[in-house]
Design a protein around this ligand. Structure first.
Ligand code: CTP
Length: 313
């Protein structure tokens, strides 16, 4: 039995950036608030499926992408190794009446629209694609090297409010502060009690599974009710402050964000070092420089392959 409150979104989600998170948030918002029980399923393609249909594997490996998507606040359940071409039978299996996708066309290995069948059945809903971020764009930034950027680039309050929403995509959840805890940008959905919170900070560049694993472990180890995350200004990061803040805000382990924290924030909250070896897990080796090195190695492999085939790039 299909249920309009059960929604499907799928994709490669390489780098699982804030554009993907925005698509998931919009997918969640197609379900009216309070219309319970509701579920957002995120189908994530495997590395092999992506390599077959796109002609190249993703930069972020499937376990990293699975982990990240699982921790996007608006997603209830991930489906690993989802088929690249969205089949009605898969939607039926999860009781999803429709699939949500951004307003771009995705083609399979044969050049056919991956959503044609579900479109023909009227089981396809379009949401707005986020401009200014894509996997290709991020790869290019890594090949170009970190660009100097304004440390305090403004973060618009309306987007912050959207990304600060609870699981339902409508009610407020995360608190957002600007520099210090007395400058509130977005009021959260719970009573703010600094004593119940633990604080960590980092630049969270290319916000990834390694960061998420550590954030989730901080809470466990510190036994805290709330997790407050400072996103540092980082003049030489691959992502702007705004992009890094939106990535962190979309993570379900996070209850409050301090944008470009001033030095005094740690004094006000119980703080925990994000680089404590006690937090090491399966994604311990993942860092923004390791990811950038992967991108360069991949580019070098393609260049060598092209040279061997006599293709000049
Ligand atoms: N998406 C979006 N905004 C972006 C990038 C992706 O809304 N800037 C949406 C896509 O429209 C799709 C979902 O995120 O509904 C998953 O996209 P994905 O399969 O990862 O592929 P791309 O659209 O190619 O994403 P990217 O360009 O980042 O690789």
């Amino acid at each position: 039995m299909l249920d309009p409150r059960y929604v499907w979104i799928d994709g490669c989600f390489d780098f699982t950036h804030y554009g993907h998170a925005a698509a998931m948030l919009q997918a969640r918002q197609t379900i009216a608030p309070g219309d319970l029980p509701s579920r957002l399923f995120a189908g994530v393609h495997s590395d092999a499926e992506i390599a077959h249909h796109k002609g190249a594997p993703p930069v972020m490996e499937e376990e990293e992408r699975y982990m990240h998507v699982q921790h996007i606040r608006w997603v209830d359940e991930i489906v690993k190794d989802a088929p690249y071409v969205t089949e009605p039978a898969v939607l039926d299996y999860y009781a999803c009446q429709y699939v949500v996708h951004g307003d771009d066309i995705t083609l399979d290995a044969e050049g056919h629209d991956c959503y044609q069948e579900v479109k023909d059945l009227g089981r396809f809903q379009v949401v707005k694609r986020t401009c200014g971020v894509s996997t290709t764009e991020l790869i290019q930034r890594m090949l170009d090297g970190p660009r100097p950027q304004a440390p305090m680039e403004p973060v618009d309050a309306s987007t912050l409010r959207l990304f600060a929403t609870a699981r339902d995509g409508f009610s407020p959840w995360c608190w957002v502060f600007d520099g210090t805890l007395d400058r509130c940008l977005v009021e959260g959905g719970f009573v703010w009690e600094p004593q119940a919170a633990v604080y960590v900070e980092d630049n969270f560049d290319l916000f990834h599974a390694g960061h998420i694993e550590r954030l989730a472990r901080v809470r466990d180890i510190a036994g805290a009710e709330r997790l407050v995350v400072g996103v540092q200004a980082a003049p030489n990061a691959y992502m702007t402050l705004r992009e890094r803040v939106l990535g962190v805000l979309s993570c379900d382990a996070v209850d409050a964000v301090v944008v470009a924290p001033a030095a005094g924030v740690t004094a006000e909250l119980r703080s925990f070092c994000l680089h404590d070896p006690a937090l090491n897990g399966v994604f311990a080796g993942l860092t923004s420089s390791a990811i950038a090195a992967r991108v360069t190695a991949q580019r070098n492999r393609y260049a060598a392959r092209n040279r061997a085939k006599g293709i000049v790039s």
